[in-house]
Design a protein around this ligand. Structure first.
Ligand SMILES: [Zn+2]
Length: 310
């Protein structure tokens, strides 16, 4: 039986100002040892719920969304990026969707939110791109952004990822029709704009003391996660390895995964690691600020969000 459907109007529409004075919680910071980590919301991507569970029945999918008091057809994916300060280095992880997609007009807020927090794009020394999907590179493709970045900024992308997008394989994905061409275009534009700044790495790279990226594959063949570890504390930014449905159902495949079986294995590995070590996770598409611990729960896991500290 269908439960009450919530109002789908953006909850931020009716209070406060638009733009940099907006009345929304869009930035949240924690300290991991001696490293500062801030999550920043790029906004929301509305997508069909069917993209979140391509290998399960509609009834099972409906049951999960009903259980969360959510609509059955569309789901608002969170879209988060991160900013990390380690010593003298300031590292941006991903860049949001940018402004090239009218359908995604509720996202693309990253640059505005960085600037309204007093972060000058020219202060960023390094950028890590978890993978080259448009909701991760699109912010860098926005007109004028490249000019605001310092000329010697290093953009870390795995070599497998750069190679993959030369001739990307969408045969295992299940996406709305308009998405694959948009993804190809955004990835190509990113490489064209930043070929001089991209620094490729093979399996892992230490970006700064306590901050390193490691390739997992799965979501895309060169997808990487970023480990932030300092003074015995750890947080892993898992990019698109874990989605909102993936704690209860880590084996549910996602329509945006280019290697769905690998992606599920990567997800389970990351969740097991976090559950066993007690380290924190954060993810691109888990509800803002997306930082939490992982507990084992039955056949799956339970996400335990951090208590907000003001
Ligand atoms: Zn994504």
């Amino acid at each position: 039986m269908s439960k009450t459907i919530r109002n789908v109007q953006p909850v931020t529409a009716n209070l406060g100002k638009e733009g940099s004075g907006e009345f929304v919680p869009a930035r949240y910071a924690v300290r991991i040892g001696e490293v500062d980590v801030a999550m920043i919301s790029d906004g929301i991507l509305p997508l069909p719920t069917s993209t979140m569970s391509t290998n399960v029945s509609e009834a099972d999918r409906n049951e999960w969304f009903d259980g969360r008091f959510l609509q059955r057809d569309m789901f608002d994916w969170a879209l988060n990026i991160a900013l990390v300060r380690s010593g003298e280095r300031l590292i941006l992880i991903d860049s949001g969707v940018g402004d090239g997609f009218e359908y995604f007009s509720r996202a693309g807020r990253s640059v505005m939110r960085l600037e309204s927090a007093g972060i000058d794009l020219a202060a960023i020394t390094d950028i890590v791109i978890t993978h080259m999907h448009m909701d991760h590179v699109g912010g860098l493709n926005v007109e004028g952004v490249k000019e605001k970045l310092r000329p010697d900024v290093r953009i870390h992308v795995s070599s497998a990822e750069v190679k993959f997008w030369k001739n990307p394989d969408f045969s295992r994905t299940v996406m709305p029709e308009a998405v694959p061409p948009a993804l190809r275009k955004a990835a190509a534009r990113f490489v064209e704009l930043y070929s001089e700044s991209i620094v490729q790495f093979d399996r892992t790279v230490e970006v700064a003391p306590g901050v390193s990226a490691r390739v997992t594959g799965g979501h895309t063949p060169g997808h990487c996660v970023v480990d932030i570890a300092s003074n015995g504390e750890k947080l892993t930014f898992v990019g698109d390895a874990i989605f909102e449905v993936g704690f209860d159902n880590p084996e549910w495949q996602n329509g945006f995964e280019h290697e769905p079986e690998v992606a599920a294995a990567v997800r389970i590995g990351l969740l097991n690691d976090a559950a066993e070590t007690g380290s924190l996770l954060a993810a691109t598409h888990v509800a803002f600020p997306s930082i939490g611990h992982i507990a084992k729960a039955g056949k799956g896991f339970r996400f335990v969000p951090v208590q907000w500290d003001y």
